[in-house]
Design a protein around this ligand. Structure first.
Ligand code: ATP
Length: 308
């Protein structure tokens, strides 16, 4: 059986400069896969090629076994695309716009209205059928954008930064909708926000500077995001050796006479052991805080590893 998406040594350059180099990816299941990368990493370029909007310089993209460049019409039957700026027409009503997109997707006239009704229902916009898109909030406009992406029931739905610019309530709602959609479709979404990918995705692909630097499950990715150091403030800190003796501690860094950073090997109960030792030995612990890895640090760490 063919993969839902297979990307094989994909590269693209604009003029003389390469935007992406040698991207490889394979997805075989439903669920959400995140394409994570900072601004300018190459996410939109990859997605635009995947969806047949841009012709690559080198490499291949197969959707359900069909080469997007060689057989675009056939491949696009199984792709839904929500670009970074949703292609919604603000002077059309929701019904007019979705009927138009159903037509573009070559859905037969006899079943077009049914397809529009189903897409509206799934995206929670049935009650806005005759509302002008220009009069909808950002969150609802995004739902209309998602509705056009699933109207022809594609196997793969590609969403370029789908939650960008939404307010916190809209964010929660749109995330919920993406999770729903991902029960039946494979969703590939891009983001430059680590927490977004964390909340939604089963797998993560990271690109930086146009190169793929990580591709694995969310659990594997978490190993990089989990804190590996803790910041302490103590009124009566012990000699370094006593802190090093706590199980799991790998390194101790004295920041000032009361502030200390402790590096540990990933065991989650380290804070409990530090607190217990402090109470037992009278170190008078005042503050303890886990250092979360910053996205920039993770990018750096992974980039270094992939270049070694
Ligand atoms: N049409 C274009 N012409 C020339 N260079 C481009 C063009 N589009 C993108 N680039 C360059 O290609 C690189 C990758 O851009 P791309 O838009 O794919 O990144 P991105 O990860 O989607 O970033 P963002 O989140 O900012 O959209 C960047 O250096 C960008 O400046």
């Amino acid at each position: 059986m063919s993969s839902i998406l297979k990307i094989d040594r994909l590269s693209h350059r604009y003029g003389a400069s390469w935007a992406i180099r040698d991207i490889n990816m394979e997805i075989n299941q439903t669920g959400v896969v995140g394409l994570l990368g900072s601004n300018g990493a190459g996410k939109s370029t990859t997605m635009n090629i995947m969806c047949g909007v841009l012709n690559q310089t080198e490499g291949h993209v197969y959707i359900d076994g069909v080469d997007v460049r060689e057989h675009p019409e056939q491949a696009k039957k199984n792709i839904g695309f929500l670009p970074q700026n949703p292609p919604v027409y603000t002077d059309l009503t929701v019904d007019e716009y979705l009927t138009y997109t159903a037509e573009l997707r070559l859905i037969e006239k006899s079943v077009r209205q049914k397809a529009v009704a189903e897409a509206k229902e799934r995206c929670g916009i049935s009650h806005f059928s005759s509302r002008l898109i220009g009069n909808l909030s950002g969150g609802y406009r995004q739902r209309v954008g998602i509705a056009q992406a699933i109207i022809h029931k594609p196997k793969l739905v590609v969403m370029d930064e789908p939650t960008n610019g939404l307010d916190p309530n809209q964010l929660i709602e749109v995330r919920k909708l993406i999770r729903e959609i991902a029960k039946e479709h494979t969703v590939l979404l891009s983001s430059h926000v680590l927490s977004e990918v964390h909340l939604l995705c089963r797998e993560v692909v990271m690109i930086e500077g146009g190169r793929m630097i990580f591709s694995d499950s969310m659990d594997a990715f978490n190993n990089y995001v989990q804190p590996h150091s803790v910041l302490l403030r103590m009124e009566n800190p012990p000699p370094e050796a006593e802190l090093k003796a706590i199980a799991g501690v790998t390194r101790v860094e004295l920041l000032s006479d009361r502030q200390i950073r402790i590096y540990f090997d990933g065991s989650r109960d380290i804070t409990e052991r530090i607190i217990a030792s402090s109470v037992q030995n009278g170190w008078r612990l005042q503050e303890i805080a886990l250092d979360k890895s910053l996205l920039d640090d993770i990018f750096k760490q992974l980039s270094n590893q992939s270049h070694q």
